[in-house]
Structure formats: C-alpha cells, structure tokens
Design a protein around this ligand. Structure first.
Ligand code: FEO
Length: 400
C-alpha cells in the first residue's frame, strides 16, 4: 500500500503483515494477517508515531521515504515498546542518529533493555504537550494497555487519538484504512474482538481506566496501531472496547463455548451430545476441539460467552494435557466467573474431576455439573443430559 492522508499533514504510513503465521508467537493470524500502523505528521517538526516490526522494516522504511527523507524526521513517539511497533527502530536510528525518541519513564527503561538505547530519549510526562509547529501533541499515560510503559498520543488541533494497541484489531488492511471504506466491517469487528481477547483482555481493568481517562477528550478519529482507522464512527470502536472490558466481570453473551479433548472418541461423542442438549435449550453453542483449534480462537469465544463447558478424559492420572494447557491460559488471561461444567471419560484413575474442581474454584467458575463416566458413555450417562442442559441454561441466563 501507499501512504494515505488522514488529515492535511497527517499520514497513515503502515504495513500489512500477511507473512507471520502467529502474532506474539502465539495467536494465529495466518488467515487474516495484521496491520502495523505507523503515522507520520508533517509539520515544522516531522514526527513518526509508532513504527513497524523488524520483519517489515524494508517496506515500512520505503513507505516513510515516499513522504519524507529519513534524515528529516525529528521525533519518534513510542507509545509502546513491544517489538511489533519498534522493530524498525535500530534501522531508523542508524539512518538518522539525531532522531529524538519520546515515551514514558518506564519506556526509557524498556528501550534500554530491548535496544540498548540510552541517549536521544526524552521522557514525556502524563498530560505534557509538545508544540511541533501548527500542531500540538499531547501525551497521556495509560499503563498496562498493554505493557507498563504504554501511553496514547493526541493530536490536539485535529482531535486524532493515536492509542497504539488500544482500540486495535487483527486483520490486514484491505487496500483502504478507514472504517467507512471497509468492505466487510462485521468481519473486522469479529477479528478485533479476537485481538482484544488475545492481547488486551488480561488488562481489562487498566483498559477501563484508560477509557475513563479519555472520556472527556473530543475525539474525531481513532487511529490505532493495528486495524482500521475509525473516522466515520470513532465512538463505535470505543463502545466495543467498553463492552469487552465489561466481559471481564459480567454482561457477557448468554451463549456457551464447549471445549473438548478426546483420545479414542468417547469424550468427543459425549461432548457432541452435550452440545446438542444445550443447543436444544435455545442457547447458541460454539464447540472446539482443544487439540485442533487455535487457542486464541477459543479464547475469543470464551471471552464473550457466559457458559464454558469442558469435556476431556483423564490421561495417566491427570486431566488431558491439552486441556490442562487450555485451562492454564484461562488463568493467564484472567477468565473468571463463568458458568461451567465438566464431563470426561476415565479408565481407572479419576483425578481429572478433582483437578477441574480446583481450577474452577480458583477462577470463580460456577460449577453446574462435574461428571465422569467409565470408558465409553452409556445410555444412563446420556440420559442425564436434558436435565443438566436445562439447569445449565438457567444458570447462564441468570448470570449477571
Ligand atoms: Fe501491538 Fe502490545 O503490541
């Protein structure tokens, strides 16, 4: 893509990453890609806001050069130090050693750790303003959205917010950058929810504080460092984020995620029946094989749904290892207060049930059923499901 003018003197100058299979080495983006949005402000001082990954340095630098020579760049605003936004930094520094980097006090520490940079870094304070000609940049610290050093930058005269990871989403840009030009906005919004669940969700409390902090600021354009630029309806992405922040504690969709693992098909067979019984109550059910589905995709489902049903066998005295890994991710991502149930096959040891009980108590998941069956499920096991499903659906519907 070529640079795109957002407002006179303000350019999107980003790149699409369609090559990486995983984001952060964890989350699948092989079907959708991701954009690394950078912005160039052309004023008396020339300012870059966030950069690109190292992998895409060459196309990124060529994009910048098509607007301004690198030796004319005065400032680089580093809202966030994660390498998807800073990987091109060393190349830029070599090309123009006079660039001054702007970031929070914590960013000054992190840039040293990642890039051994100790000079030409200027700490900006929360609320500080920087006049760059006719434009003014204003900085606001928003710690832990996504790392401790994170801040947002606001272009005062144009009312443009550059929030880096916040209000971002997966999805390579489809040749256009604005929400009103997007050919498939529902798809982008779905990928933005998955991004939120994967990247931001564990910091929902901090994200709520950030949204509250920004509430009094007039915003005409939200220009994040991943995904679409919201100019027609900037309130839409802020409202979506507000909704997903709420999912951390309550107000989730009255829907159910079934996650199953299986060794010889016995638990899979039962999980299919569980899904059908719950669907018969009128609730939407999304079902995933924990061994095959990407964990980030499952997380996207679990983040929005109130109900989570876990079906997995016992494996050598433990819950099925892939399921243990999934439940560990639920802890990492602070997935709490779900309505839940466990079902699984076992041969001789039955520790999985106890393991699940312990996990559920730690995560404050409300257990409606915790049930194991010997080997292959029998008719008597299946006969329990209609009553279970009614109880489970009632609990999901009654949840806050
Ligand atoms: Fe897009 Fe936390 O980096």
């Amino acid at each position: 893509m070529k640079p795109i003018m957002i407002r006179p003197g303000v350019y999107w100058a980003g790149v699409n990453d369609r090559e990486s299979e995983l984001f952060e080495g964890l989350w699948t983006i092989q079907d959708c890609g991701v954009s690394l949005n950078s912005y160039l402000i052309m004023d008396e001082k020339k300012v870059l806001i966030d950069l690109s990954s190292e992998l895409l340095t060459e196309p990124y630098v060529n994009m910048i050069k098509s607007i301004a020579p690198l030796n004319e760049i005065d400032y680089v605003v580093l809202n966030h130090l994660e390498p998807d936004h800073t990987g091109a930094l060393l190349y830029l520094r070599e090309a123009n050693p006079n660039i001054t980097y702007l970031g929070t006090k914590k960013a000054a520490e992190i840039i040293g750790n990642f890039y051994e940079i100790k000079d030409h870094f200027r700490i900006v304070e929360d609320g500080e303003e920087l006049k760059i000609g006719k434009f003014t940049l204003k900085f606001a610290a928003v710690p832990f959205v996504h790392w401790p050093e994170t801040m947002v930058t606001y272009l005062v005269e144009e009312k443009i917010l550059f929030p880096c990871d916040a209000f971002g989403g997966y999805g390579a840009l489809p040749g256009v950058v604005f929400d009103d030009q997007c050919p498939d906005l529902p798809k982008f919004e779905a990928e933005t929810l998955r991004y939120y669940a994967n990247i931001v969700a564990a910091y929902s409390g901090n994200t709520r504080k950030a949204i509250e902090k920004l509430a009094g600021i007039p915003i005409e354009i939200v220009a994040p460092s991943h995904g679409l630029i919201w100019r027609k309806n900037p309130e839409r992405i802020i409202e979506l984020y507000r909704q997903w922040v709420d999912y951390a504690e309550k107000k989730r969709e009255k829907a159910v995620t079934v996650v199953y693992g299986t060794m010889y098909g016995n638990t899979a067979e039962f999980a299919e029946s569980v899904q059908q019984a719950v669907a018969d109550t009128g609730l939407t059910v999304e079902m995933f094989n924990v061994r095959k589905a990407d964990i980030g995709v499952i997380l996207g489902s679990v983040w929005k749904n109130q109900g989570v049903i876990v079906c997995a066998p016992t494996y050598e005295g433990s819950l099925f290892p892939e399921m243990v890994s999934f439940l560990h991710m639920m802890k990492v991502k602070k997935v709490v207060t779900r309505t839940t149930a466990y079902f699984g096959s076992f041969g001789w040891g039955s520790m999985a049930k106890k393991q699940f009980e312990t996990f559920a108590a730690e995560q404050r998941w409300d257990v409606v059923e915790n049930y194991q069956f010997h080997g292959k499920p029998k008719q008597a096991d299946f006969d329990l499901l209609p009553d279970f499903a009614e109880k489970f659906a009632a609990a999901v519907r009654a949840a806050e």
